[in-house]
Design a protein around this ligand. Structure first.
Ligand code: Q46
Ligand code: ZN
Length: 303
């Protein structure tokens, strides 16, 4: 690992990754051993490894798999579901499953068509639905905190995009912990200082069976393009990605993006509970997810 000027054998590497994660969890007060954690698992290397690490560290962590209904000829959702179940069974862990089509009537690609959002790609609707379902399940099932498997490459790419546009509100809210608000669970990203390559190595060395394919809709995305750019930079300057991200967190802690007249760190000041689902929304009416569901229901009622 040129970025850390460190080389480890398998045995030590498999200790080092959880140690780094634990330090980061403690530094940002993400959660304690008494709290119940819900890990969002997609069947990919990061989320399954995160679940593995948290359990190895002794935390109370259950999984949540969201069936998006994205098959696209390669059975993407079916295969990722199978691998999430396999991991849970092999480690005797509890996995909650919510299938979007069964619960809300249509799979993500159809909901995206109905909504006309996202220029032919279902990612905007998919993100909206995932956020809603994760919050709902964490709240309904009584979890204290929701953990996702975002790694350093994911976070650095988002940061790069937000910086290119100087998106102040996003920069203010991007971080390893998003505190809970009434109706919303605290969200944490315990892996966000671990490189994607490091996570791949961890999953392989731990023998975790994960889905290698990316979601077919990820192809050509801006975030993949930003990741490639940052990887170029990393080749010439090992550690640049980590410095970029950690220096941002430091600058934010020092108040660089604070704008006390408009925002708090927990989000926009004027949030109302959605009259249908109770999750906070900035409008005084239904939240975006409930509006989408209303539209889907009315369109499927038309013969
Ligand atoms: S948003 Fe888009 Fe991802 Fe949803 S449709 Fe696939 S690529 S899974 S993180
Ligand atoms: Zn709602």
């Amino acid at each position: 690992m040129r970025q850390h000027k460190l080389a480890l054998c398998k045995e030590h590497y498999l200790e080092w990754v959880p140690e780094q994660t634990e330090r980061f969890i403690k530094k940002y007060n993400m959660f304690t051993y008494d709290e119940k954690i819900l890990v969002a698992v997609s069947g990919g290397k990061d989320s399954l490894s995160l679940w593995d690490i948290l359990v190895r560290l002794g935390y109370q962590a259950d999984g949540l798999y969201i069936g998006l209904g994205i098959e696209e000829g390669i059975g993407y959702s079916s295969e990722s579901h199978r691998l999430a179940e396999k991991f849970a069974n092999e480690h005797a862990l509890k996995l909650h499953v919510l299938d979007v089509e069964k619960e809300y009537g249509q799979p993500i690609p159809v909901l995206a068509q109905i909504s006309h959002r996202g220029h032919g790609k279902p990612c905007a609707v998919c993100g909206l639905a995932k956020r809603h379902v994760m919050n709902r399940m964490a709240r309904d099932l009584g979890y204290d905190v929701l953990a996702t498997g975002h790694n350093l490459d994911d976070e650095a790419a988002v940061l790069f995009g937000n910086t290119l546009q100087w998106s102040g509100e996003y920069l203010l809210r991007q971080g390893p912990v998003l505190p809970g608000t009434p109706g919303l669970a605290r969200k944490v990203k315990p892996l966000c200082r671990i490189y994607e390559r490091e996570m791949t190595a961890y999953a392989i060395l731990r023998g975790i069976d994960y889905i290698y394919e990316e979601c077919p809709f990820a192809e050509g995305s801006t975030s993949i393009y930003y990741k490639e750019l940052l990887n170029q930079l990393e080749i010439d300057r090992p550690g640049a990605k980590l410095t970029f991200y950690l220096s941002f967190l430091e600058a934010r802690r020092n108040g660089l993006f604070a704008n006390p007249t408009r925002e708090t760190e927990t989000g926009p000041l004027h949030l109302h509970p959605c009259p249908n689902c109770g999750q906070p929304t900035s409008t005084s009416d239904l939240c975006s997810f409930c509006r989408l569901m209303e539209k889907a229901r009315s369109e499927s009622a038309v013969p």
